[in-house]
Design a protein around this ligand. Structure first.
Ligand code: C5P
Length: 240
């Protein structure tokens, strides 16, 4: 009998966080009682369905060794790459030594510290019998404008928001398919900003799973106190 697919986590954490503008990369900044990246990892490590976690770090990383997971047996570090998808590709290559091609890989931004166990459970449940894969996302509630470079900051047109979603992470795909999709995009020199886009380039249609809007990615300095507030709210809701 074929073994049930396992679930692995890949955490791209090799970004310098230039938009954030701090000397310490945003994934290592303190957030409540831990660092951002420690929150991002904890939800997976504490989950019984997760077999292990690969963290892609910048070769010059001097902060990982101070985290709580540096010697954790289920967390392995690999060198990251120039772009996010290079970091993910490196982690997938390392994972291929211990995982099967049809195992699930959940790719999650190290800079997203507010993922809840309930959202993770919903994503994992959606993977049962799912042929392509799934991602957490939130329907767009704002009106979205597109601007053409030639127009500077002027509106080109308004997009119909009924069909628009904001793509979050985790995004879960089969190890073999995601490797193929990323290899294809890298060979074609496509600039992709999430893993679902790579799958879409192969003509596949990932499933959108509506998640919580507080699963934010730390991008700007004002996101950090917001994340602290969200984590505190989540903690209070759990206590009720
Ligand atoms: O820059 P951005 O916020 O889109 O990065 C999303 C995630 O990808 C972050 O966790 C960041 O550390 C990671 N990343 C990476 N390798 C890069 C660039 C970003 O692992 N070269």
């Amino acid at each position: 009998m074929k073994a049930a697919p396992k679930h692995w986590v890949v955490l791209p954490a090799a970004g310098a966080g230039r938009r954030f503008g701090s000397a310490v990369p945003k994934q290592y900044l303190p957030l409540g009682d831990r660092r951002v990246i420690e929150h991002s990892i904890a939800v997976f490590i504490e989950h019984p369905l997760i077999a292990g976690c690969i963290v892609a770090l910048s070769p010059g990383d001097e902060w990982w060794q101070e985290t709580a997971y540096v010697d954790h047996p289920a967390v392995v570090r690999v060198p990251g790459g120039a772009e996010r998808f290079d970091s993910v590709a490196n982690a997938l290559a390392a994972l291929a030594n211990q995982a099967a091609a049809d195992d699930w890989v959940l790719v999650h931004d190290a800079a997203r510290p507010c993922l809840t166990t309930a959202d993770l459970d919903r994503l994992l449940a959606a993977l049962i019998d799912e042929p392509v894969g799934a991602l957490l996302a939130v329907p767009m509630h704002d009106t979205v404008k597109s601007a053409e470079e030639a127009f500077g900051a002027r509106v080109e047109r308004t997009l119909p928001r009924q069909q628009l979603w904001r793509a979050f992470t985790p995004q879960a795909f089969r190890l073999g398919q995601l490797r193929d999709a990323l290899a294809y995009c890298r060979a074609e020199r496509m600039a992709i900003t999430d893993d679902a886009s790579a799958m879409e380039q192969l003509g596949l249609r990932p499933l959108l799973i509506e998640g919580r809007a507080d699963n934010i990615k730390i991008t700007r300095p004002e996101d950090l106190p917001l994340a602290e507030f969200f984590l505190e709210q989540q903690r209070r809701q759990e206590q009720r």
